[in-house]
Design a protein around this ligand. Structure first.
Ligand SMILES: CC(C)(COP(=O)(O)OP(=O)(O)OC[C@H]1O[C@@H](n2cnc3c(N)ncnc32)[C@H](O)[C@@H]1OP(=O)(O)O)[C@@H](O)C(=O)NCCC(=O)NCCSC(=O)C[C@@H](O)CCCCCCCCCCCCC(=O)O
Length: 719
């Protein structure tokens, strides 16, 4: 699908036509091959322009084709034929030129870009490398250091940056195709030899070996086990050290390894999962495409602790007018200073003016009377939140959406405090709220599709990946975290150390193991919740054995640490020790090891050797099992929602696709069998009891993850 027109008498214009992003499907590639031949064979045509329809040059190879049998003309010879053409070929880049789209443009002799266009080689984010010559041409055009940056990060660069790199020849604010056509006419008689990038030498800095060594080390550090970034460095190294043809051969070999890897499948699944969560639905049948959001012009944030500050910054940076309310004078002053600092630092990084004037501060809840949407971010205390919702309902316009940033409390109880419960939803941000991409939009039984649609759209506008989820304790993310944390504690009771458990989880790809993460977030947070739930109490108060609550196994280890005021990084002691309060360098703590030995002795627990497999299986499978329960309960609409939440909110390694995708790659029958094994060994741990949905999926022959929704629908209809 490409169209040919002759313009201005002598220019052959080839327009890629494959909505929505003109991806290089087999039909598009065939179109380009055929139309290039036509342009070259017409004597009147002196030059060629390639562009894309609807203001989009090309989004790259068609990712949907990767899962099946590839057909149609291959990309590499197609791009070589363009580069070898005897007539000048100009790429007119509007919108985007990404991946194979940019590789196509690099095969052209000239590149003209619109000033708003973005270009990049994001293949690494799909578990691949630029495999249509991009890894060999880009370093030849813009030099090794810049190419390494673009190819290993996959970042999109603006037209202005691309011009600075020499990646495009000209940028324009006018109609790019018209400019490119005029340009093509001007260069008709210019020799082309100097325009074929594959013939360029690859200019390297003098200390190129040192550069590659350093980049490789830094990539390995940040890749968390992902293989594509490493292959990207190797491919650019081939460009720097080998003649073009041999470099292309190396690119092919490296791509072949990546292409069939589990990581590439996981990352490509995740690409579509991110898009799928935008097509939300509610059990009532309300959906993203039938529910219109209402515009929000002015918002308010109530409570300016850590979360409230981050939310205020996120809103102001996105251009919203914000009323920021904190009732205590001292806290308000501190918050104002902190928020201004965050805005100034963010603006400096982005080279823009800080949005300080977007925020009005106040101590009185009356000041939110005219806003369109409020986000409450006070302490995680139901009584306090209820009071705030009652006040908001009395003060705000009847049409104001009232949202809570609770991390797990019942949205319905808050909705019941208001005149218009249908306008109440949860907006669960993740700390730091102006940085973390995830937003759980929580609908209660009374929440209207209008409120959900509005919160989802607001999330998008402030740059979040928003996932709509149902109302239950902990929603999706924190509900699944509970069995994971629980297993980690049980493993300590049974003989593991925090360092070992963390090491296994970090080797798996988590940015931080469970204990380092707890130290960072503060052990007292969970302790307060457990106290409110009547769990964290001495035996004399509960009247129950220390390691049992409501007939279930319970580990008081975290509570015992809190009783010693070991709250983690902030107190300089937690599961690890730190040089001083606030320090981030965790060191194993001999005190903690002695404490664990004494604890085991006190409870007659015999430490056994715990290996990698046991840590991974117990922590991850118990979490995944909860994920199946969440699907069964209809709290998440599909496995993609859970996976997106875990990658963006809980540092699950993206190259493993998310917990539910991971379960599918391990094999559902294996997950089921191991859960059965552990449940048999620990019958007092209900989270290890395999969920009926998991059994049902296994009984249905473990269908691919894309088909789970059908089984889930059947299971739910039988409930
Ligand atoms: C383009 C975007 C920036 C647009 O963002 P926006 O927010 O506007 O919109 P959406 O993201 O919602 O997208 C809209 C819609 O479009 C779908 N879509 C987007 N891009 C693609 C695409 N490239 N392919 C298919 N579909 C796409 C998207 O899914 C949405 O639809 P949905 O129904 O899901 O809502 C943004 O979309 C974006 O960032 N897109 C991805 C851009 C990208 O990553 N491009 C790179 C693609 S990979 C590539 O180009 C590889 C090349 O280097 C070629 C490599 C050669 C391959 C050869 C294969 C054979 C190898 C065999 C190996 C063996 C060798 C041997 O043995 O010899």
């Amino acid at each position: 699908m490409a169209q040919y027109t002759r313009v201005s008498g002598s220019v052959g214009l080839i327009t890629l036509q494959s909505p929505p992003v003109n991806a290089l499907s087999a039909a598009v590639r065939q179109g380009i091959v055929d139309l290039m031949q036509r342009a070259l064979s017409e004597p009147e045509v002196k030059s060629v322009v390639i562009c894309g329809q609807n203001g989009i040059f090309c989004g790259g190879a068609d990712i949907k084709e990767f899962g099946g049998q590839m057909s149609g003309p291959p990309l590499i010879p197609m791009i070589h034929a363009i580069e070898a053409a005897s007539k000048p070929v100009v790429a007119a880049i509007e919108g985007i030129a990404l991946g194979g789209g940019l590789e196509l443009a690099l095969g052209c002799h000239y590149r003209i870009a619109h000033s708003k266009a973005k270009v990049g080689l994001p293949e690494v984010t799909l578990g691949l490398l630029p495999g249509a010559g991009g890894s060999q041409r880009l370093p030849r055009l813009i030099g090794v250091p810049a190419a390494l940056d673009l190819i290993t990060t996959g970042r999109h660069v603006t037209a202005a940056e691309a011009l600075k790199f020499g990646l495009v020849d000209q940028i324009t604010d006018h109609n790019t195709v018209n400019v490119a056509v005029k340009f093509a006419q001007r260069v008709t008689d210019q020799p082309l030899d100097a325009r074929r990038i594959s013939t360029y030498p690859c200019l390297c800095p003098p200390d190129v070996d040192v550069l590659f060594e350093e980049v490789m080390q830094s990539v390995r550090r940040t890749a968390r086990g992902a293989i594509a970034p490493i292959a990207c460095v190797q491919a650019v190294r081939a460009a720097a050290t080998l003649p073009y043809n041999q470099g292309m051969e190396r690119e092919r070999e490296l791509l072949a390894t990546l292409f069939t890897s589990g990581q590439a499948h996981a990352l490509q699944y995740f690409f579509f999962a991110q898009r799928a969560v935008g097509r939300w639905s509610m059990p009532s049948g309300a959906r993203w495409d039938t529910s219109k959001p209402r515009p929000v012009h002015k918002a308010a944030v109530i409570g300016l602790g850590t979360m409230g500050r981050g939310i205020t910054v996120a809103l102001a940076q996105a251009g919203f007018s914000v009323v920021a309310v904190e009732t205590q004078e001292k806290q308000l002053m501190e918050a104002k200073q902190a928020i201004s600092g965050m805005l100034e630092r963010g603006a400096k990084r982005r080279g823009v003016a800080p949005a300080l004037d977007k925020i009005n501060y106040g101590r009185n809840i009356q000041s939110v009377a005219d806003v369109d949407l409020v986000i409450e971010a006070v302490f995680e205390d139901m009584a306090l939140k209820k009071k705030v919702f009652q006040q908001l309902s009395a003060v705000c316009k009847p049409s104001t959406f009232l949202c809570s940033n609770t991390s797990g409390l019942d949205i319905d109880q808050l909705a019941c405090q208001t005149r218009n419960p249908e306008l109440v939803v949860g907006m669960h941000f993740f700390a730091p709220a102006h940085v973390m991409k995830l937003l759980e939009v929580v609908y209660g039984p009374k929440s209207s599709p209008l409120a959900v649609a509005t919160a989802m759209q607001l999330g998008k506008k402030i740059g979040k990946v928003s996932v709509a989820v149902g109302n239950c304790r902990g929603f999706v993310g924190n509900r699944m975290l509970k069995p994971y944390l629980e297993q980690a504690l049980f493993l300590l009771e049974e003989g593991a150390t925090p360092e070992f458990v963390d090491q296994v989880l970090e080797e798996f790809g988590f940015a931080m193991g469970v204990f380092r993460m707890s130290d960072l977030s503060g052990l007292d947070v969970g302790w307060k919740v457990r106290m409110a739930d009547g769990l964290a109490m001495p035996d004399s108060t509960t009247g129950q054995p220390t390691r049992l609550r409501q007939g279930r196994r319970y580990s008081p280890l975290g509570d015992l640490l809190c009783e010693q005021r070991r709250f983690g990084q902030k107190t300089g002691r937690g599961w690890y020790q730190y040089d001083k309060p606030g320090s981030q360098v965790a060191k194993p703590d001999p005190w903690l090891h002695r404490f664990l030995d004494e604890y085991r002795a006190r409870h007659a627990l015999v430490a056994h050797r715990i290996d990698h497999q046991e840590v991974l299986e117990r922590c991850l499978y118990s979490m995944i099992n909860e994920g199946f329960r969440i699907l069964e309960d209809g709290i998440a609409a599909g496995p993609e929602d859970i996976d997106v939440i875990y990658v963006f909110g809980y540092s699950w390694p993206r190259h493993r696709g998310g917990p539910m995708f991971y379960a599918a790659t391990v094999g559902l029958n294996k997950v089921l069998e191991r859960l059965e094994h552990y449940y048999q060994a620990h019958p007092d741990v209900p989270s290890l009891q395999p969920c009926p949905l998991l059994r049902k999926l296994v009984a249905s022959g473990s269908p691919p993850i894309q088909k789970w929704r059908e089984v889930i629908k059947k299971v739910r209809s039988q409930l």
